[in-house]
Design a protein around this ligand. Structure first.
Ligand SMILES: Cc1cc2nc3c(=O)[nH]c(=O)nc-3n(C[C@H](O)[C@H](O)[C@H](O)COP(=O)(O)OP(=O)(O)OC[C@H]3O[C@@H](n4cnc5c(N)ncnc54)[C@H](O)[C@@H]3O)c2cc1C
Length: 393
């Protein structure tokens, strides 16, 4: 089996790499702490630049504004962007989750209205699934969607919604059958975030950034035409969204980890005033070697996932394995970076002698083991769906 790029894929990768080098704004690179407002504006422009060059939604059908390329090309784009240390852009939730959901279940009108603006970043999307009391157990959600003629009225609360403060639309899962419980009676909706009755309250994270939000809906209305997929079958639609969240991001996550490990090696090889290097310590070299081995395992698991995806067209459970192992490795790697900095790791912003890369990355890495499924929940998925162990409940 040939695990390398074909000639056409290698040419696409080389062209993209040059293009990123020439076009990605410096202020977006690096992964340090950042000014949220300036970052969001630059990130929105960056998505537009990517889209104009044809590098946004490359796997989407041509009729939906994509290039109709195979998942291998989608993986190459994600990988090269992560390798160049270009940060996740503000349209990530829209491009990777909401767009594919609309392509799978949306009507022609919904696709025509939303996909072009979503591709260019002119309209930003957020995902409104989690609620207080319904995170890992998403089917416990209670947000009410009452159908009144050709209108739907929403009441309830969502939480942890990334980029909701900047979003124009929300992919929202709500309970349309008040008598139902669990997976039944849920419906997927498109909510205009500027509708009266929709209030967004940012939550400040450990990094200091208000990247995610609470959404309060009090009598917010939307047209019945904004239902995605069949009424009452929102769970099936949501599973497609979540498969895309974990399914194709593995290569980007792995490439981002590769970047962090390379910076860790650089840091370990820096000599102090007495000419000593952390890398001279064999125990430390062992710890870094362990992360390089983990990276190799992640890369091969990604290739297995990609090959299954190309064959079946549907992301498989390997995405959960990669998300679990990547998020835990990233926590270890960033903690090790902090350890090497010693007391300098306590300083942030312009006071930090080597910039605040490790400080920021370590704080942000803690959320990685919670978002898109906590490590405990992912272990349960791997146990039941990959290893075939008996169900725990
Ligand atoms: C940075 C970040 C961004 C996010 N962005 C979004 C977003 O854009 N949209 C959105 O809808 N949500 C988003 N989330 C929410 C995320 O999906 C939830 O936080 C996650 O699913 C966990 O749910 P919870 O926080 O309610 O924790 P809970 O589900 O209450 O879990 C609490 C603890 O119990 C454990 N636990 C729960 N169930 C089990 C089980 N069956 N087996 C073993 N242990 C279990 C968990 O592992 C955890 O340690 C985001 C979260 C983060 C951190």
């Amino acid at each position: 089996m040939d695990l390398g790029d074909s000639a056409a894929e290698a040419a696409f990768r080389a062209e993209l790499r040059d293009w990123i080098e020439a076009n990605c704004p410096d202020e977006l690179r690096g992964g340090d702490a950042r000014d949220q407002h300036a970052f969001e504006a630059a990130s929105r422009r960056w998505l537009g630049t990517l889209a104009r060059a044809g590098y946004a939604g490359v796997t989407w059908p041509v009729r939906c504004g994509g290039q109709g390329l195979s998942q291998v090309y989608g993986a190459i784009v994600l990988e090269e962007l992560a390798r160049s240390a270009a940060p996740p852009h503000i349209g990530l939730v829209g491009l990777n989750m909401c767009g594919p959901t609309l392509i799978a279940f949306g009507t022609e009108e919904q696709q025509g209205r939303h996909l072009p603006q979503l591709l260019t970043g002119e309209e930003i999307w957020c995902q409104g699934f989690s609620e207080p009391g319904a995170g890992s157990d998403l089917a416990a959600l209670r947000m009410r969607a009452d159908f009144r003629g050709d209108r739907i009225v929403l009441n309830g609360q969502k939480v942890w919604s990334s980029f909701a403060h900047a979003a124009d639309f929300c992919l929202l899962l709500a309970r349309s059958d008040p008598e139902s419980s669990g997976h039944r009676g849920l419906t997927m909706l498109i909510l205009d975030m500027h509708a009266p009755g929709a209030e967004v309250r940012p939550i400040r994270q450990l990094t200091g950034e208000p990247e995610f939000n609470e959404i309060f809906l009090t009598g917010a209305e939307l047209p019945a035409a904004n239902v995605i997929g069949p009424v009452g079958e929102g769970w099936r639609v949501a599973m497609t969204t979540l498969l895309h969240e974990r399914g194709t991001l593995g290569v980007a996550l792995t490439a981002a980890l590769e970047y962090n490990v390379a910076r860790l090696v650089e840091l370990a090889c820096m000599a102090d005033d007495d000419g000593r290097r952390a890398a001279d310590d064999p125990l430390l070299r062992d710890r870094i070697a362990r992360e390089l081995i983990e990276l190799a395992a992640l890369r091969t698991t990604n290739l297995r996932a990609l090959s299954n995806l190309v064959d079946s067209g549907v992301p498989g459970p390997e995405g959960s394995v990669v998300k679990l192992r990547w998020s835990e490795a990233n926590r270890r790697v960033t903690a090790l970076g902090q350890e090497l900095l010693g007391v300098d790791g306590l300083l942030a912003g312009s006071d930090a002698p080597l910039g605040a890369f490790w400080q920021y990355q370590q704080l942000r890495s803690l959320g990685n083991t919670i978002e898109a499924g906590t490590s405990e929940v992912l272990r349960g998925i791997v146990a039941e769906r990959v290893l075939g162990l008996p169900r725990s409940r």
